[in-house]
Each structure stands twice: as structure tokens, then as C-alpha cells.
Design a protein around this ligand. Structure first.
Ligand code: CU
Length: 96
């Protein structure tokens, strides 16, 4: 294997590993942040995996630090974990 090919293969492998983390991300807009309570209110698109329509709702976040740099109006990509009717935002980032 030559060096150039190795780099291409490595890059492809990294992309393959990195992609699934956001593959199921949902688009939304922040409407309110309550970092003290560890909550973020999102006007979000439908979330098929949770059978949830587009709506605006408040979600608890896994770690309050995740939302400290967010403010109303920010466009975000986020993921929600939902079990037993309890939804928690597990990842969130500003949309590019
Ligand atoms: Cu919702």
C-alpha cells in the first residue's frame, strides 16, 4: 500500500466512523435556553424514529454544558434519545 492510498483509506474510514453520530440528527431552531435547569426549547422538524411530528417543545439535555453557548434563534442539529416517554437531547450543535 503506498502512502497516498493509505491516507485516502484512512480518511474514508474516519468519515465512515464520524458520519453515524449525526446521521439521525434533527434540524431545529432554539427558542429558549435554560442552562440552569438543563433544558432547551426547540422548534424542530419531525423525528421519525420517535414518531414525533414537527413541534416546539422543551427538552432536558444530557449535560447542561451542551447548551451554554446556544441562544434563541440559533439553528441547530440535535439528537434525542427517547425511552418510556422521557426524551433527552443527547447531542446538539449549531447548524452550519
Ligand atoms: Cu418534540
Amino acid at each position: 500500500m503506498n502512502r497516498k492510498f493509505s491516507l485516502v483509506a484512512l480518511s474514508a474510514a474516519l468519515i465512515a466512523v464520524a458520519a453515524p453520530a449525526w446521521a439521525q440528527a434533527t434540524k431545529g431552531t432554539v427558542t429558549k435556553v435554560d442552562a440552569a435547569a438543563g433544558k432547551v426549547t426547540l422548534d424542530h422538524a419531525a423525528i421519525p424514529k420517535l414518531d414525533m411530528d414537527a413541534m416546539t417543545m422543551a427538552y432536558p439535555v444530557k449535560d447542561p454544558a451542551m447548551v451554554k453557548d446556544l441562544k434563541p434563534g440559533d439553528k441547530v442539529d440535535f439528537e434525542v434519545d427517547g425511552t418510556g416517554g422521557e426524551y433527552t437531547v443527547t447531542t446538539i450543535r449549531k447548524a452550519k
